[in-house]
Design a protein around this ligand. Structure first.
Ligand code: PEP
Ligand code: MG
Length: 765
């Protein structure tokens, strides 16, 4: 049954035209379930009705012209209830609506199930049978499973179809909504950035010129063949003939007429070369994987590898095309998955905003975009990238809205909002060097989060009074092997000496989770609950000790280092880490005494050591932890993820990830109260600190320091300088009584508007 299901979904995905795909789908389901009829209805929200799109069994003339209201008939009931409905004789059901022209008089039994994508009913799939009977459990399970698998494919197809259709009329405006990744507005031309050569990340697109696509594919195959020839010649000197067999197999596959024919067939159907390649390679891989023979099954990955190679060459052609074409002065970067490297590459070349089809609010790219003050929209529903290329688009990074090819009046409206935003930014910048003191005299320190990407932060005159979080993992991520003690010392010295009169808090290596070192791969089913942060470094004291030694050596003569430990979940981890830090410190002292250390200064400074509070368990052990360390810093990004059990990078659950969830706010408040009781200095270095409403709440809770990206320091300073501490406490007191995140957001937005600070959280002053 599973194979039948996979085959049906795969075939649905392989079809270029939605109508044909649906027609085939109903036919295949009818055959697989041995019923008398299968139909698909698609929801049309503008008309509040379901449209009969495809059917095997109902009258053909009813297709495309039968609308059933959302609250009409058994179809409407399935949509309303959002669950399968199984009726032995639908004609006797109180909701049955007779529609003569569909000709279903003889179809009695009915089973319908909704097709739901991201909580939205996209359509209904139903099967009907002449015989009066209830469909059995297996049949019901089959249809429900099929509908679930179909949902994202249908959402994809719908998005593809929608853009294409409107463009044909010459003046479409398309409004899409993604996740608001970084605040700000932009209106500019969209430029597409190709992803790495990975077939699985390719979304299916159509092209206008099949002949051109055929030519592109042919060129890519030729180039791939030359690549393989070159590689096998190079490797022949090192490897045995057996090991080189794989290249022979690749070359054989490349020359096989059937592969090329099949891909050309898909191109003829309207797919672009990349999509045609993906469709055929995916089909081969599924075929290989369904075989019993383990050896042959594994050849599936060879085929995929070959596909990725050809894809690489197809993408090279595109990139060469782009390089020939001058980048416009200002542009908005669009990619399947915007990476930190792309941001680094384009940030000084006119980049106005980013649109990433995947990822969410807490993805590395979004965090980096916020740090750079570049508006970002993440996790947009699949859109055909090639249709966006060179289009004028508007990005509203406050709301996550994206307008493609906006008309003149919408452009004028946004131009106005953009100039208002620029005025506000100017005002904020003018106050960057003033102290952070509320209107009624309460002072709070604003610090910088640094180390996210090399070189970014120093370009900004931030107005911060130190570094609250230096993420050391980035230099580790950008290399081919672990950096040596000497290399690390030099790097840390650069950072510490850039802020000689300010405290710099360096966090020890926090890899694992979503940050994997290329030379230290960790493969886990649940990486965020796995080997991460302090867990790795305690298991590898040789890595930890080298890093601590490098940090301490770098701080000699500067004396401004604090060390911070990430992902602490238990007291014993702190004890073990402190023992290692002591060991490193005393070893260095001895080396100095014995003349092994080349430092002239007699004194090696002893850094303060603190921990990050980001695993919920520590909230209940603050007393014991307070006895051991010099400071606490809350990592609200991870604390939110672990408290709410929501993966911070998963767009599917991104609406559940919310640092304003009452449970998170109450936890932050408890931490503040307990830290004050045990006299431990407390800061917060997650994204919440850099948000206007978050900063007001944290001020009221009593946090001593807020650490944020360079772009936000000036904005938060402005916000805090325009509020009373007493007023913030009233706001906090009420926020803590609310029961849902939605209520909290509503209340805080209202308060920001009342305070005249609304321009920081939405478009316009
Ligand atoms: C956090 O978890 O809030 C934090 C600051 O650390 P990171 O985002 O690097 O995990
Ligand atoms: Mg963290």
């Amino acid at each position: 049954m599973l194979t039948t299901l996979r085959r049906i979904v795969l075939e649905f995905n392989q079809e270029a035209e939605l109508d044909t795909a649906l027609a085939q789908l109903v036919l295949h389901v009818k055959q697989a379930m041995k019923t008398d009829c299968c139909s698909i209805y698609l929801a049309d929200y503008s008309k509040q009705s379901f449209l009969l799109k495809a059917s095997e069994g109902l009258a053909k003339e009813a297709l495309g012209r039968t609308n059933i209201g959302f609250s009409e008939g058994v179809i409407g009931l399935v949509g309303q209830r959002e669950e399968p409905i199984n009726i032995a004789n639908a004609h006797l059901h109180p909701h049955f609506k007779k529609i003569p022209h569909v000709k279903e008089d003889n179809l009695k039994a009915f089973l319908g199930t909704p097709i739901i994508h991201q909580s939205k009913v996209l359509g209904i799939i139903s099967v009907q049978q002449e015989q009066v009977r209830n469909f059995d459990e297996n049949e019901e399970a089959f249809l429900v499973t099929l509908a679930a698998q179909l949902a994202s494919a249908l959402a994809n197809a719908e998005a593809r179809g929608m853009l294409g259709q409107k463009k044909d009329h010459g003046k479409w405006v398309k409004q899409l909504v993604g996740i608001a990744g970084a605040p700000g507005l932009a209106l500019s031309q969209a430029i597409i950035c190709q992803p790495d050569a990975d077939l699985s990340s390719i979304s299916l697109l159509k092209a206008n010129d099949s002949q051109h696509e055929k030519q592109r594919f042919y060129q890519a195959v030729l180039k791939t063949r030359v690549d393989f020839q070159y590689m096998s010649e190079q490797l022949a000197q090192i490897l045995s003939d057996d090991s080189l067999d794989i290249f022979e197999m690749y070359k054989h596959l490349l020359s096989s007429a059937s592969l090329a024919d099949e891909i050309n067939e898909k191109i003829k159907l309207g797919w672009n070369a990349e999509s045609a390649l993906k469709l055929i390679i995916d089909r081969y891989v599924v075929q290989f994987e369904s075989l019993d023979d383990v050896y042959i099954r594994e050849r599936g990955s060879d085929v995929r590898d070959l596909g990725n190679r050809i894809l690489f060459n197809l993408q090279q052609q595109q990139q060469q095309g782009h390089q020939k074409q001058q980048l416009p002065e200002n542009f908005i970067l669009v990619a399947e998955d915007v990476t930190a490297a792309m941001l680094a590459q384009y940030q000084h070349k006119g980049l106005q905003a980013i649109i990433s089809l995947s990822g969410s609010n807490n993805s590395h790219a979004a965090i980096l975009a916020r740090a750079l003050g570049i508006p970002a929209i993440m996790g947009v529903d699949p859109i055909p990238l090639d249709q966006l290329d060179q289009q004028t688009v508007i990005v509203d990074g406050y709301s996550g809205e994206l307008f493609v090819a906006p008309d003149e009046s919408l452009q004028a409206e946004y131009q106005h909002l953009i100039s208002e935003e620029a005025v506000l930014t100017e005002k904020v910048r003018a106050a960057v060097d003033l102290p952070t003191i509320t209107q009624d005299g309460k002072a709070i320190e604003l610090l910088l989060n640094a180390g996210l990407a090399s070189g970014f932060e120093h370009s900004v005159r931030s107005g911060a009074t130190g570094i609250g979080l230096y993420r050391t993992e980035i230099p580790f991520l950008e290399r081919q092997s672990f950096p040596t003690e000497q290399e690390q010392t030099q790097l840390y010295k650069q950072v510490l000496s850039a802020f000689p009169s300010q405290q710099v808090t360096m966090r020890t290596l926090d890899v694992g989770g979503d940050k994997a070192l290329p030379y230290f791969p960790i493969v886990e089913e649940n990486p965020f609950l796995g080997w991460r942060g302090i867990r790795i470094t305690l298991d590898h004291p040789e890595i930890f000790l080298v890093q601590i030694r490098a940090m301490i050596r770098a701080s000699i003569n500067l004396n401004n280092l604090n060390i911070m430990l990430p992902m602490i979940a238990s007291v014993n981890e702190v004890d073990d880490a402190l023992n290692l830090i002591n060991q490193a410190y005393f070893e260095l002292k001895d080396e100095l005494k014995d003349g092994l250390c080349t430092v002239r200064n007699e004194k090696i400074p002893r850094p303060k050591v603190g921990i990050m509070l980001e695993v919920p368990s520590v909230i209940f052990q603050l007393k014991e932890l307070a006895q051991r360390v010099d400071f606490f810093s809350v990592g609200s990004n991870d604390l939110t993820q672990y408290l709410l059990a929501v993966d911070r990078n998963n767009p599917r659950v991104s609406s559940l990830y919310d640092a304003y969830h009452p449970a998170v706010l109450r936890a932050l408040n408890v931490i503040a109260q307990e830290s004050s009781k045990y006299l431990v200095p407390l800061s917060l270095c997650g994204e919440l600190a850099g948000e206007p409403a978050g900063a007001i709440l944290l001020l009221a809770m009593g946090y001593d320091k807020l650490s944020m990206n360079p772009h936000n320091v000036a904005r938060i300073k402005w916000v805090l300088r325009h509020i009373d501490y007493q007023r913030s406490q009233v706001i906090l007191a009420h926020a803590l009584t609310l029961s849902t995140a939605k209520q909290v957001h509503g209340y805080l937005n209202e308060q920001l508007e009342n305070l005249g600070l609304g321009g920081f959280v939405r478009a316009g002053m």
